[in-house]
Design a protein around this ligand. Structure first.
Ligand SMILES: [Fe+2]
Ligand SMILES: [Fe+2]
Length: 284
């Protein structure tokens, strides 16, 4: 995807308005613009930084350091880890449509995963079109949806949220994509994205627990299931690709254990996560 600078500046209110923005506001605006462009006319957007094109470095701006990114923390009213449902990218949050009494995964996709659905659908579509296994397709379909709830450590949160309903291989893949995205595997088609240099800092070193998770995953029989999430991620911000959830109904029917009571009401250890997605406005 190519960045149209003139269009970006126009959307942000012109050169003077951009000049008045903090560095972080500019970075957020840029990220938002790219995601909207990727989402295409439906307005459903993706949200994983890993999916940003490597050409981001073409803007010739030097990558920030970890210290420079740290220094930006107190320039924002929100922390970067906050989930998409809890904050508006622009203006105020919107009233959310109610979910059915016994909501299914498809209901959540249509009514709550509006920021992450398109990216995840594209990712799963690529997995399916390139003949990857159903485990990979499902893992791709679900991999970033928990970012509606929370972004920090989203691989771990996502794996946990889906664990009661998918195979151990699929939850493994979702969990470990958190770590694998920070480590290249060019042999299998994954290069470290320039956007990570931009967002985490050029000198960023993942925490020891992430490095350990990477090493553990490398030697695991399901390494490639998780690695392929990262590989498909890189190609999943194409505004010209519109994928519908219906294409995955069969895969979901065979691989997703939909609880009869509805997600949020099955008394599973993660039911509260689904209820939080359902009612993010309930403040206590
Ligand atoms: Fe992603
Ligand atoms: Fe992700």
């Amino acid at each position: 995807m190519k960045l149209d600078r003139r269009d970006l500046f126009a959307k942000l209110g012109g050169v003077a308005a951009v000049a008045a923005m903090t560095h972080e506001a500019r970075a957020d605006a840029l990220e938002h613009y790219m995601m909207l462009a990727a989402a295409g006319p439906t307005g459903s957007v993706g949200s994983s930084p890993a999916s940003m094109p490597a050409s981001m470095a073409a803007d010739k701006k030097p990558f920030p350091t970890v210290a420079e990114i740290e220094a930006q923390i107190e320039t924002s009213p929100k922390r970067k880890g906050v989930g998409n449902l809890f904050t508006a990218r622009q203006g105020n949050v919107k009233r959310l449509p109610p979910l059915p009494a016994k909501p299914t995964l498809i209901d959540y996709f249509k009514l709550r995963f509006t920021n992450t659905a398109n990216h995840c659908l594209q990712s799963a579509n690529r997995a399916m079109k390139t003949g990857m296994s159903e485990e990979v397709v499902l893992a791709c379909l679900l991999h970033d949806t928990v970012q509606e709830l929370i972004k920090v450590d989203h691989g771990y949160w996502g794996a946990q949220m889906y664990e009661p309903y998918v195979s151990p291989q699929v939850s493994f893949a979702i969990r470990y994509h958190q770590a694998l995205r920070f480590y290249e595997d060019k042999e299998h088609g994954y290069e470290y994205p320039d956007l990570y240099r931009r967002m985490f800092g050029i000198d960023y070193k993942p925490e020891p627990y992430i490095e350990q998770a990477y090493k553990d995953a490398l030697n695991h029989k399901w390494y490639m299931t998780s690695r392929l999430i990262c590989v498909n991620d890189l190609y999943s911000f194409d505004p010209n690709v519109q994928v519908t959830l219906e294409e995955f109904e069969d895969v979901l029917g065979r691989n997703f254990r939909q609880p009869a009571e509805g997600l949020g009401f099955d008394n599973s250890p993660v039911a509260h996560m689904w209820r939080t997605l359902m009612w993010p406005t309930r403040f206590l």
